[in-house]
Design a protein. Structure first.
Length: 88
């Protein structure tokens, strides 16, 4: 039996531009597929997430994404990869 290797979807944005802008705002590296972006959570990502969440200029949707990903990173049992989706 094969194991599903698709990262968990943590957030869905209204458009590709919204999703890409949120990830760029935080500063996370990611790859793109059809209707999604995927990335890894590492020590550098945790610092970027904290900074984006604490910045008073961070848009609410970006702050929400940063909080979700930071919570995922902090959970030792959670996957270290994530997926953000958007309609095609």
């Amino acid at each position: 039996m094969s194991k599903d290797t698709t990262p968990p979807t943590v957030m869905t944005f209204q458009s590709l531009d919204d999703a890409e802008s949120a990830l760029d705002w935080i500063g996370l590296e990611f790859s793109e597929g059809e209707g999604w972006f995927e990335g890894d959570l590492d020590e550098d990502a945790a610092e970027l997430l904290d900074e984006a969440y604490a910045d008073g200029d961070t848009p609410q949707a970006v702050r929400a994404l940063a909080a979700i990903l930071r919570e995922q990173w902090a959970d030792a049992k959670a996957p270290r990869v994530f997926r953000v989706t958007f309609p095609e």
